[in-house]
Design a protein around this ligand. Structure first.
Ligand SMILES: Cc1ncc(COP(=O)(O)O)c(C=O)c1O
Length: 386
């Protein structure tokens, strides 16, 4: 890795991965990299054991009652598509929010066109929080599902999902939480949130590799399979098994990704979720304070440090975000993400739908020195554009 690179694009994917994770992943795969659950030999059983232990660990991590309802997918997008396509029927209504990522907005749009479902979009406040009462007000008799982004990938705000879950539970409506930006940063407890489904991705704050994600389901929520194929069980039947987790997992698993995900989570839990989040919060506050001192820098999102993750979006007056990103990269070796961050409705509400913004997102390896260099670079860029 370039020792001078300041990587502040951890909301896209965390980089680097923790020390030793990639090496341990390779070593383990070298030992047991056979097809899990398909063969009767010892190594296949060992590989299947890895999957089972991973499901148990993830069930504990997400406060889920049944490890067999932990479904492996490619990423959060895959998980979200699985729930939306496997649950919604023609005529169903969905309540969701203007904070959602395209991985919720686009499948819903597709199902609107294809099945004739309808959607209501709940707004968020100037600070970036939804009001659970707005969710309650949007619910109709035909509402089948509520979908909420737990932590915004543009504003960093952590939504009051527990209150939303209470509202949904009282009306017997399922809540799907998109935990892409929260899992690994703040507790994501299905029971506490009264969530029926949690979609997560492995490569962000769980510190695993790309290509692995998952879906955690409440035992009372039945999702129809959207893909059919080999599972290693009931092979003589032409009908895909209705049994979980195989019901929603067709084809050979991403064993290497699952091994890496567990190693990444072990690293994170070794350091302590709360300790990592606390440190990132301090650094985010340092960044916010530094940037707010610079004339011409506009900051978006909450002013308080509570109920947020380490994501901060800004603009420099008179400068296109893509130019700021290019200068940060080219002149200062600082990696950030510019544009709409796959969340066009958030930018619509911020008044940045056309130009987007510059997003800084921190990970567990960032330091005070990284933040100070980023602030100094932004001060120089803002000075050139004033
Ligand atoms: C809020 C949110 N949801 C969903 C996703 C999709 O995650 P993935 O690309 O891993 O499927 C992202 C990724 O940036 C995200 O920030």
């Amino acid at each position: 890795m370039d020792p001078e690179l300041i990587y502040l694009d951890n909301a896209a994917t965390t980089f680097p991965k923790p020390p030793g994770v990639l090496e341990a992943m390779m070593a383990r795969y070298r030992q047991i990299g056979v097809s899990p659950g398909r063969g009767s030999y010892d190594r296949a059983a060992e590989a299947e054991g890895v999957l089972h232990q991973a499901r148990e660990k993830l069930a504990r991590f997400f406060g889920a009652p049944d490890p067999d309802r932990v479904i492996f997918t490619a990423n959060a997008t895959d998980s979200l598509n699985l729930v939306l396509s496997g649950l919604l029927q023609p005529g169903d209504h969905v309540v969701t929010t203007r904070l959602e990522h395209n991985s919720v907005l686009r499948p819903l749009h597709h199902l609107q066109q294809r099945l004739g479902i309808s959607c209501s979009l709940v707004p968020f406040s100037g600070e970036g929080f939804i009001d659970p009462d707005d969710v309650a007000a949007a619910i109709r008799p035909e509402t089948r599902l509520v979908v909420v982004n737990h932590a915004s990938n543009v504003l960093g705000t952590v939504q009051p999902v527990g209150d939303v879950g209470g509202i949904c539970a009282a009306r017997r409506i399922a809540l799907l939480v998109d935990a892409s930006q929260s899992a690994g940063k703040v507790p994501v407890d299905m029971a506490a949130m009264k969530a029926y489904a949690v979609a997560f991705t492995g490569h962000k704050s769980l510190y695993g590799p790309t290509g692995i994600g998952g879906l955690v389901l409440h035992p009372e929520l039945e999702i129809a399979p959207t893909r059919f194929g080999g599972t290693g069980i009931e092979s003589s039947s032409r009908v895909h098994t209705p049994r979980y987790p195989h019901r929603l997992e067709a084809g050979t698993h991403n064993l290497m990704g699952i091994i890496g995900l567990i190693l990444g989570m072990d690293y994170l839990m070794g350091r302590g979720l709360a300790a990592v989040h606390g440190r990132e919060t301090v650094l985010t506050e340092r960044l916010r304070a530094g940037l707010s001192e610079i004339r011409g820098v506009e900051l978006y999102g909450p002013t308080a440090a509570s109920n947020r993750v380490a994501v901060l979006s800004v603009n420099i007056q008179g400068a296109a975000p893509e130019d700021v990103g290019a200068i940060l990269d080219g002149d200062f070796n600082i990696a950030v993400r510019v544009g709409l961050h796959c969340a066009p409705l958030v930018h619509e509400a911020l008044g940045t739908a056309r130009r987007g913004a510059v997003r800084f997102s921190l990970g567990c390896f960032n330091t005070e020195a990284d933040i100070d260099r980023a602030v100094a670079a932004m001060a120089l860029i803002a000075g050139q554009h004033s």
